[in-house]
Design a binder for this molecule. Structure first.
Ligand code: SIN
Length: 281
């Protein structure tokens, strides 16, 4: 029986040793990984050998797969979204602090990213800890934020006026379906995490457009402050991908940021997103 051997990382996340994700996901192991995901926010695995079918089977152990509306899909596997950048392209996908699908009424629980082709150097992903971000605020700001809700949207990111729009960007072909970018949701700014029960900050740079009842202009300075605060060095972990690496993050407990520092080289990742639940304060 595989043991879940957990080595906490700096800032956020944990490295999981002794698990072959293609063979060892029996009930007890899945339960342990789910708890670890809630506790640490992101789980890092090395030296895996996951075929697309194994990736899908892994995701299904944790919930229903959310087929991505906007990303290109892997041929023959619509459940798997491609996160791709070619040597002649300048823009990357995910190069901004965000958490996946916060614009949905029931935001995604987690995303599982598998490295397929990596640049010789660069292309790391940085994660930020939303438990620590909240816990380290002053009691006064914690109380203020706990009384707020925020509006999240997909429109400005994936819609026809977004930077991903065909006319403006070399992201055309990698992202599309702009007509489907019609999601708006309101969530508490401080949530009670569905697995850990801990309080976490739940706004993000990518998809949060304003605090509910505030204008965008009023919102921006506080949101800017929260981004600076949440991404302080002690709250983050930079994950260096290697062939065989897998990262499984909880979208309610973390943000992530894909670093775009490898122009001229290909980077190809496969992502599956697992559905979540409505969030409560
Ligand atoms: C994403 O934002 O989901 C992509 C992250 C990455 O490519 O590192």
């Amino acid at each position: 029986m595989a043991q879940v051997d957990i080595e906490p990382g700096d800032g956020v996340g944990a490295y999981i040793h002794g698990i072959d994700l293609a063979r060892d996901l029996k009930d007890g192991v899945v339960a342990d990984l789910r708890q670890a995901l809630g506790d640490y926010g992101v789980l890092f695995f090395r030296d895996q050998n996951l075929a697309p079918e194994d990736h899908i089977a892994m995701a299904e152990c944790f919930g229903k797969i959310n087929v991505n509306r906007f990303f290109g899909q892997v041929d023959g596997h619509p459940q798997i979204a491609e996160v791709r950048k070619e040597p002649d392209q300048r823009s990357n996908i995910g190069g901004n602090w965000h958490t996946d699908h916060s614009y949905d009424q029931e935001p995604a629980m987690g995303s599982i990213l598998v490295a397929r082709e990596l640049p010789n150097r660069g292309g790391d992903t940085v994660f930020a800890n939303m438990y620590a971000a909240f816990d380290s605020l002053s009691p006064g700001l914690q109380e203020t934020l706990s009384g707020l809700r925020a509006v999240h949207s997909s429109r400005h990111v994936f819609g026809d006026k977004s930077r991903y729009d065909k006319a403006n960007s070399d992201l055309a072909g990698r992202l599309g379906n702009t007509d489907a970018a019609v999601q708006d949701s309101v969530h508490p700014v401080v949530i009670r995490h569905p697995i850990s029960g801990r309080r976490a900050l739940y706004v993000n740079r990518g998809f949060t457009i304003r605090f509910d009842g505030w204008t965008a202009e009023e919102t921006q300075p506080l949101l800017d402050y929260l981004v600076r605060h949440a991404t302080r060095p002690e709250h983050i972990h930079k994950f260096h991908w290697r062939p065989g690496s897998v990262a499984f993050w909880d979208n309610r407990a973390t943000w992530h940021y894909a670093i775009n520092d490898y122009h001229g080289q290909r980077r190809l990742m496969h992502r599956i997103t697992v559905e979540g639940v409505a969030l409560a304060a």
